[in-house]
Write a protein of this length. Structure first.
Length: 503
C-alpha cells in the first residue's frame, strides 16, 4: 500500500495547466507478465481551500483488460452551518486531462464509491473502450472540505488479459411521428442512473409517456456515457434528445439536443473566461445552451457566467419554490432590458430536474409550438420562444394579440403595429381551477383576472397599445400560500412583443 501522509502529499503537489487543478503523486503497476490481477492503494489528505480538481496518476502497463477504482473518505462532524466533506470522482485515460481534450472516460461525482472500465463494458457514467498502456488519471473533485481536512483512500485494481470488443453505440432517431405544426410537450432536464439519478432509461421513458410528454432530453451530470442507452426507449410517440448537464462550480447549464456522443467539459469557473468556448461547442454540436436553475441555493448551483451565450434559460425547475420566483423576476428584467436597448431577448423554459422517486417527470414541462416532432423543429421552437411552461399535461394556455385590421401574433412573436394602435390581448386557459391570470408587461402587472371557476377554463381580454406595453406575457397562478409572495405558478408564457422595435 502507498501511504501519502499529509506532509508527503503537500510536497508532491504541483499545479497543472488548469488554474484550479493539481496533481498528486500516484501509483505505478508492473507489466502483466505472470499476473492475473494487481491492486494498489493510495491515501492522502486535502486541506480546506483545495483546488477544484486533483489528479492521481496511475501508470498502466500493456495487456490490461479492466481497470477498477474504489474510493472512500472521512466525514468528520462539523459545526452547524459549516460544510462537511464531499468528494467527487472520475477518470481520464492516457490521452490526458487537458480541458476539452479526448481523455475523458467518465464521471460519477459523488453518486458511486467504485467504478470500472473495460473495452466491452463500463459502470454507468463511464465510457467503454480499450485500456491502453500509459498514464491514466483518477480525477478527484473536492466539492466541499471540512475544517479538519479531507482524508481519502483510493484503491485501483487492474485485471490482465485480452480486451473484449467495444460495442458500437446505437442512438435514438431524431424524428418521431408528429402532428405537423402543433404544440408539443417536453421535459429537457432529467437524470437517470447514468449520473446521480436512480431511475433507468426505461423507467424515465414510461413516466414521460404517462405525463403526456412528446419529447425529453437526457442531461446527465458531466458525462455523455448514457447517450447509447436510450435508443430502445424512443418511439413514434416519444422523441428522445441527447445532451448533458454541464455542472461547473459556478452554475449548471443544460446542453440540449447535442449530436450523439458529444461530451462538454465542465472544469472551469467564471473567472477563467472559458465558458464561451464550451457554449460554442454545444452549438457546433447542434445543441442549445440553457442555464439551469440560475438562482438555486445549493453550493455551486447559482449561475455566474452571464446570459450572453444562452439560447434560453430555465426559470422553473421542479416544484415551484421561491428561487424559481426569483428566476422569473430576473428573467423578466432581461426582457425589459431587451426592449429598452433594442436587442434580442432570452426565452424561458421549465423542466423537472427529476432524479428519483418522488420527483415527478413533467413537473413542469415546456410546451413548444414546432413544425413537427423532430430534433431540429423542437429546438427552433425553443430558441424562438414559441413556448410556455405548464405544471402538467392538464394545463393549457393560449395567448394572442390582435390588431384592428385582423393582424395577430402569438407567443414568441411580434405584432408590428404603430405605437398608438389599439390591440386586444386574448388569453384562454384550461385545467387551472381556482387560479388567477396575470398579464405582465415591461411596466409590470397591468391586468389580473379570475379566479378561474370550477370548470378550470377561462377566457380573458385586455386592451392596450404598444406605447403602453412593449410586450405582454401571461402568468397563471395558484392562490397565495405565504404573503407577500404571489401564489405558485401553474403556467407561464413567453412574451408577445408589440410595436415595430426589436426584441
Amino acid at each position: 500500500m502507498c501511504d501519502d501522509a499529509h506532509e508527503i502529499g503537500r510536497r508532491a503537489l504541483f499545479v497543472t495547466g488548469a488554474a484550479a487543478a493539481m496533481t498528486v503523486g500516484g501509483m505505478s503497476f508492473a507489466s502483466a507478465e505472470g499476473q492475473g490481477q494487481a491492486t494498489k492503494s493510495l491515501r492522502g489528505t486535502l486541506p480546506t481551500g483545495a483546488p477544484d480538481f486533483v489528479y492521481v496518476p496511475v501508470e498502466v502497463p500493456a495487456a490490461v483488460r479492466e481497470l477498477r477504482v474504489a474510493y472512500s473518505y472521512d466525514r468528520p462532524a462539523v459545526p452547524t452551518g459549516t460544510a462537511g466533506n464531499a468528494l467527487d470522482i472520475g477518470l481520464f485515460d492516457e490521452r490526458g486531462t487537458e480541458l476539452g481534450g479526448r481523455g475523458f472516460r467518465g464521471w460519477s461525482g459523488g453518486a458511486r464509491t467504485e467504478f470500472f472500465v473495460r473495452a466491452d463494458d463500463a459502470t454507468a457514467g463511464y465510457v467503454p473502450g480499450p485500456i491502453r498502456a500509459g498514464t491514466w488519471y483518477v480525477a478527484l473533485g473536492p466539492y466541499t472540505v471540512a475544517p479538519q481536512g479531507l482524508a481519502y483512500e483510493i484503491t485501483v485494481t487492474l485485471t490482465y488479459g485480452a480486451p473484449g470488443h467495444t460495442p458500437r453505440p446505437v442512438y435514438p432517431p431524431e424524428r418521431a411521428r408528429g402532428r405537423g405544426r402543433a404544440w408539443y410537450r417536453g421535459d429537457c432536464h432529467l437524470h437517470s442512473w447514468y449520473s446521480d439519478g436512480r431511475r433507468t432509461p426505461a423507467e424515465i421513458a414510461a413516466l414521460a409517456r404517462a405525463a403526456g410528454l412528446d419529447f425529453i432530453n437526457t442531461s446527465e451530470h458531466n458525462t455523455h456515457a448514457g447517450h447509447g442507452h436510450w435508443a430502445d426507449q424512443a418511439g413514434d410517440d416519444l422523441l428522445i434528445l441527447l445532451g448533458e448537464e454541464v455542472t461547473t462550480r459556478n452554475g449548471h447549464v443544460v446542453a440540449l439536443g447535442t449530436d450523439p456522443g458529444t461530451f462538454v467539459d465542465w472544469r472551469y469557473r467564471a473567472r477563467e473566461n472559458r465558458f464561451g468556448r464550451f457554449a460554442r461547442q454545444i452549438r457546433r454540436a447542434g445543441g442549445l445552451v440553457v442555464p439551469a436553475h440560475p438562482h438555486a441555493t445549493c453550493i455551486g448551483c447559482a449561475w455566474k457566467f452571464g446570459f450572453g451565450e444562452a439560447d434560453a434559460v430555465e426559470v422553473w425547475n421542479g416544484p415551484y419554490t421561491p428561487d424559481d420566483e426569483v428566476a422569473v423576476a430576473s428573467w423578466d428584467a432581461t426582457l425589459v432590458a431587451a426592449v429598452r436597448e433594442g436587442r434580442d431577448w432570452l426565452p424561458a423554459m421549465g423542466n423537472s430536474d427529476a432524479h428519483r422517486d418522488p420527483d415527478v417527470v413533467g413537473l413542469p414541462q415546456t410546451v413548444v409550438l414546432a413544425d413537427d416532432l423532430t430534433r431540429q423543429a423542437i429546438q427552433e421552437g425553443i430558441r424562438a420562444g414559441r413556448s410556455y411552461i405548464a405544471e402538467s399535461q392538464g394545463v393549457s394556455v393560449a395567448l394572442t394579440v390582435t390588431g384592428p385590421r385582423g393582424e395577430h401574433a402569438g407567443i414568441g412573436e411580434r405584432l408590428a403595429v404603430a405605437p398608438d394602435t389599439p390591440v386586444v390581448v386574448h388569453v384562454e386557459v384550461s385545467g387551472v381551477t381556482g387560479c388567477t391570470v396575470r398579464l405582465v408587461t415591461d411596466e409590470g402587472v397591468l391586468f389580473t383576472g379570475g379566479p378561474v371557476g370550477g370548470s378550470g377554463t377561462g377566457v380573458f381580454e385586455w386592451r392596450t397599445t404598444p406605447s403602453y406595453a412593449a410586450y405582454v406575457r401571461a402568468e397563471v397562478r395558484h392562490p397565495a400560500t405565504s404573503a407577500p409572495l404571489p401564489g405558485p405558478l401553474a403556467a407561464l408564457t413567453n412574451p408577445v412583443f408589440l410595436g415595430r422595435g426589436r426584441g
